[in-house]
Write a protein that binds this ligand. Structure first.
Ligand code: MRU
Length: 346
């Protein structure tokens, strides 16, 4: 059985602490919003869909914690917590997608505090459950793009750990593997926080899918010297024109893929599309603390106080993407018209 990224039990959100993987399996027990905000900021829970699910449950915690006597301030107290959660990470739009749904419930609420908790919990459970089903659909659709004996490269972790389960890019790989279409996955280690080395390598090994780890700078030589069938990655936000934000290094892979005539696929649920963002210019890119580059797990590897630039994401322009795989279908040559047709059926 797959290790759960997060689960709800006895009015508590249990979050697998991904900062400790693969060395330790430890769950954070969150019974208030601040614990969830901290877990999101520190990447204990990370990956766009998983952040959305965690935030949806955090709103339930907010309503549980609000003083049941102070009925009048209940709504404003939960809305304040939603604002706090909203700011916790800027690029992954699934966070705002899930929080908007909870905010709508709070704003139109007209019953007892207990009823509000029930409604918010029902929505959080449904977002959680649907995410798993959506990933399975993405996986099955995406697998149809691959031929037997495929060798694929993936980046960061877009697996079960980045979602409620199964994964987006790794969902495609899982489904393709079940159909005997995968001979090997190359996982980029994903500097600076090593989501590829710590999480993807672990997740694929657990599922007995053949995986080879490379450092990010080895991808070009890999494509030049070995047969690579496809690059498959996840996404944190996709603009209306198809420009896609994903973990830093994704753009480099897309450029390399184009230079080597390798198809470049993005796998993401429709909740990762932000149709208000027209293009890359409307996508905020998170910049994280310098120490993430200066050191790893407390061990300093640079001269003291080294000047660092640490953008957590980059943008792959739509023209470098062969197709986006979402639960509604495969959007080939993504552009504004194809995306609208693909996700709205127009
Ligand atoms: O900073 P992270 O680890 O949250 O970044 C995660 C990614 O970039 C993933 O590829 C993306 O969220 C897709 S997850 C299905």
């Amino acid at each position: 059985m797959q290790t759960k990224t997060l689960y709800w039990q006895d009015n508590t959100l249990f979050i697998l602490d991904q900062t400790l993987l693969p060395l330790a399996l430890n769950y954070i027990e969150a019974s208030d919003v601040d614990t969830v905000v901290d877990a999101i900021k520190r990447l204990c829970v990370r990956g766009a869909p998983a952040i959305g699910v965690a935030a949806a449950y955090a709103v339930v915690l907010s309503a549980i914690k609000a003083d049941p006597q102070a009925n009048k301030s209940l709504k404003s107290s939960v809305i304040r917590d939603i604002e706090k959660l909203w700011q916790s990470r800027p690029t992954a739009v699934n966070l705002h997608w899930a929080l908007s749904q909870q905010k709508d419930i709070v704003e139109s609420f007209n019953g007892s505090p207990a009823q509000l908790v029930d409604s918010l919990l029902a929505r959080a459970l449904s977002i959680h459950e649907q995410d798993i089903q959506i990933n399975q659909s993405i996986g099955d659709l995406g697998a149809s793009l691959l031929k037997p004996e495929s060798v694929v490269i993936t980046h960061c972790n877009a697996g079960a750990l980045a979602t409620a389960g199964y994964g987006t890019a790794l969902g495609v790989i899982r489904s393709a593997f079940k159909k005997n279409k995968i001979s090997r996955v190359y996982a980029g280690e994903t500097r600076p926080l090593l989501q590829g080395a710590r999480l993807t390598a672990w997740e694929l090994e657990q599922s007995q899918i053949p995986v080879t780890l490379i450092t990010d700078s080895m991808a070009g030589y890999l494509m030049q010297t070995k047969k690579v069938s496809a690059v498959i990655v996840g996404a944190d936000r996709i603009a209306a024109n198809g420009d896609t934000a994903n973990k830093i290094g994704t753009y480099t892979l897309a450029v390399l893929a184009r230079a080597h005539n390798v198809p470049f696929y993005v796998a993401a649920p429709t909740s990762t599309f932000d149709l208000q963002a027209q293009s890359a210019k409307d996508i905020p890119i998170e910049e994280r603390h310098d120490d993430e580059v200066r050191q790893f797990q407390g061990v300093v590897s640079t001269p003291e106080g080294m000047t660092v630039w640490n953008p957590a994401f980059d943008i792959t322009p739509a023209n470098l993407i062969s197709a986006i795989i979402c639960e509604k279908g495969i959007i080939n040559c993504p552009n504004m018209a194809n995306i609208k047709a693909g996700i709205e059926g127009k």
